[in-house]
Design a protein around this ligand. Structure first.
Ligand code: SF4
Length: 322
């Protein structure tokens, strides 16, 4: 009998801020506690980097900040150093030299690594800030060089739904990378089949287009097919699936075993669905329910769908974060 425990997930490669549990490299010689990183470690390959150390700032060091006086700069007020070009140069060459990777986890609020929540000051005095919605310089380079790849900070990672979308995306990209290494159409077809419900829950229209690419009626070279498919894959995974399309995908899946259910069980399912629609339950509970039914009725197709197990169960929405 097939079991959902049989799903084998490829190992994503994630670039991560070094101070998120890897080294005491913050300006004050500390690191940030990030228990999720330890939980992810068995399933993910991390590439840790500290951009401020890489540009030669020691540990501990005088703090740096982003100044925007019409020109955005990275300044170390205590020394008067302008580190803008050094940081831009490092970020460019570091990202250029990176090989395969699937996403980024960066330290929030940092003038180097922060995504969208970093304070920006009008001058290097640093008393009052203009706003707290800036990107750090390294993060800025990440977002402009790789706008389609998932990038998140450790605060967002503690939100179960944001984490779910991030993990779904990096694991889907890692499996695609593994399939593309084979340069075989059969691997792409197998990948597409396994992810069909996941994609259906994201965007039915793009799913149809991806199906057309996989069918390859024009007999294009395999590399070309993978290239076109990747463009749509990045597009379809760009936003978390909306509840309406998730419900459509669930109804589709329900059709695989609904005839085996009593009227009472069908009613309970409809109630569960309604609760989900009304935001009174999460997708995590529904995934587990579907997997248990797919196992009970031995529906191999559903058991193999990444929609129900987009990443290892140990990282699922029930994660207990201390
Ligand atoms: S936030 Fe980035 S630059 Fe700052 S210590 Fe952490 S890794 Fe280094």
């Amino acid at each position: 009998m097939t079991s959902h425990k049989d799903i084998i997930h490829s190992r994503p490669i994630i670039v991560i801020s070094k101070c998120l549990g890897f080294a005491n490299c913050r300006y004050d010689g500390q690191m940030v506690s990030f228990p999720l990183m330890e939980m992810m470690r068995p399933f993910v390959e991390f590439i840790d980097v500290c951009p401020e150390c890489e540009i030669g700032l020691g540990v501990p060091r005088e703090p740096i900040l982003i100044v925007d006086d019409g020109n955005k700069k990275l300044i170390q007020p205590a020394t008067g150093l302008d580190l803008t070009e050094r940081m831009k140069g490092f970020s460019r060459s570091y990202l250029y030299e990176l090989d395969d990777f699937d996403g980024f986890i960066l330290k929030s609020k940092s003038p180097s690594c922060g995504i969208g929540m970093t304070k920006v000051f009008p001058d290097s005095v640093g008393d009052e800030y203009l706003h707290r919605g800036g990107n750090g310089f390294f993060a800025e380079a990440v977002l402009s060089e790789y706008p389609d790849l998932p990038a998140i900070d450790e605060i967002q990672m503690n939100d179960p739904l944001l984490r779910d979308h991030f993990l779904t995306k990096v694991f889907a990209l890692a499996s695609f990378r593994a399939a593309s290494l084979s340069v075989k159409m059969s691997s792409l077809l197998e990948y597409h089949t396994r992810n069909k419900l996941l994609f259906m829950a994201c965007d039915q229209r793009l799913l149809t287009k991806m199906g057309t690419i996989v069918a390859n009626r024009d007999d294009l070279p395999v590399e070309k097919v993978y290239e076109s498919y990747l463009q749509l894959l990045l597009q379809i995974l760009s936003e978390p699936a909306g509840s309406g399309s998730v419900v459509n995908a669930l109804m589709h899946a329900f059709g695989y075993f609904s005839r085996n259910l009593s009227a009472g069980e069908k009613f309970i399912f409809m109630q569960r669905l309604q609760k989900y629609r009304e935001n009174r339950s999460t997708i995590f509970e529904l995934r587990e329910w579907f997997l248990s039914k797919a196992e009970e009725f031995n529906v191999g197709y559903l058991l193999n769908q990444t929609f129900f197990r987009p990443y290892p169960v140990e990282l699922s929405g029930t994660l207990h974060i201390v």
